[in-house]
Design a protein around this ligand. Structure first.
Ligand code: PPS
Length: 292
């Protein structure tokens, strides 16, 4: 099956599950509610992991919801059209949504609401590697010809959802707002208990130690991989090839070192420094890299 993209305001999206009309509707007409919670990421930054943590916190550690209901039904994708759109339109308050939308396409009604946003970012080198593998099993990203070419598409913002740099720089402008929580995949890996506490406090839920244990256990890589409601093996076959399903692939920090040649790493570092120079923020992955 061939993958087609269309451009919305300069950014590529897969025609298979997204439409321009829906994006216009979401940006200008969709009503954000005060008790909504949005999980926002650039693709491959740990969205499904945060969805699992959120589902478990939402149900106070009761994991039956995660074992009986697919993750994309528990926390619908805000930005998709077709069948997925119905899940959004029919979702009852308190609503939990996930999305990869860049900030400029997000519903404008967010600005006048108390809805909460959890933004999770990940080392772009690991995002690129994860995306590269995902592109071989999905129909929403064009099949890469080579890692080299795919990297250039990533760095130039030609992949779906556009530039990683613009995405994070756009969303991080909200970092001082009280309804915005910024996390990194690396934070979750380094201290999952701490991250669960941070997320639950942000959501206004104080969990006891036993409940935190349940959230940690049932959102672990191995639990999610073994759970067909959370490993995306139930995703539509038009979107992902179930025979190639390895959505929960490795779940580690630093797999980029197994894929990048030295000169590719230096090339990406140069672009990273240039594009991020105005931000003046040190991210968890920068610190991890410093200690290697
Ligand atoms: S998507 O398609 O954009 O929604 O993908 P996303 O969920 O954002 O990212 C997929 C990567 O996250 C890893 N993952 C996890 N890592 C550690 N622990 C847990 N529980 C977990 N759940 C998902 C998943 O394996 C993908 O990363 P890679 O590097 O490809 O393994």
């Amino acid at each position: 099956m061939d993958t087609d993209y269309f451009k919305h305001k300069g950014i590529n999206f897969a025609s298979l599950i997204y439409t321009q009309e829906r994006f216009e509707f979401l940006e200008n007409e969709f009503q954000v509610l005060d008790d909504d919670v949005y999980i926002v990421t650039y693709p491959k930054s740990g969205t499904n992991w945060v969805m699992e943590i959120m589902s478990l916190i939402h149900r106070n550690g009761d994991f039956t919801w995660c074992q009986e209901v697919p993750n994309f039904v528990r926390i619908p994708w805000l930005d998709v059209s077709g069948e997925g759109q119905k899940l959004v339109d029919e979702c009852k308050s308190p609503r939990l949504f996930s999305t990869h939308l860049p900030v400029q396409f997000f519903p404008k009604s967010l600005l006048s609401s108390k809805a909460k946003v959890i933004y999770t970012a990940r080392n772009p080198k690991d995002v690129l590697v994860s995306l590269y593998h995902f592109a071989h099993m999905t129909y929403v990203i064009k099949k890469p010809n080579s890692f080299e070419e795919f990297m250039e598409d990533f760095l130039q913002g030609r992949l779906p959802f556009g530039s990683w740099f613009d995405h994070i720089k756009g969303w991080i402008q909200m970092k001082d707002k009280c309804n915005f929580l910024f996390l990194t995949y690396e934070d979750l890996k380094k201290d999952i208990r701490g991250a669960v506490k941070t997320i639950s406090t942000f959501l206004g839920k104080e969990l006891n130690e036993q409940t935190i244990d349940l959230v940690v256990e049932h959102s672990s890589f191995s639990s999610m991989k073994a759970n067909k409601m959370s490993n995306n093996s139930l995703a539509p076959e038009t979107v992902m090839n179930p025979k190639k399903n390895n959505f929960l692939r490795k779940g580690i920090i630093g797999d980029w070192k197994n894929h990048f040649m030295e000169k590719q790493s230096e090339h990406m570092d140069t672009i990273y420094r240039e594009k991020m120079k105005d931000l003046n923020i040190k991210f968890t992955w920068d610190e991890i890299e410093d200690h290697l």
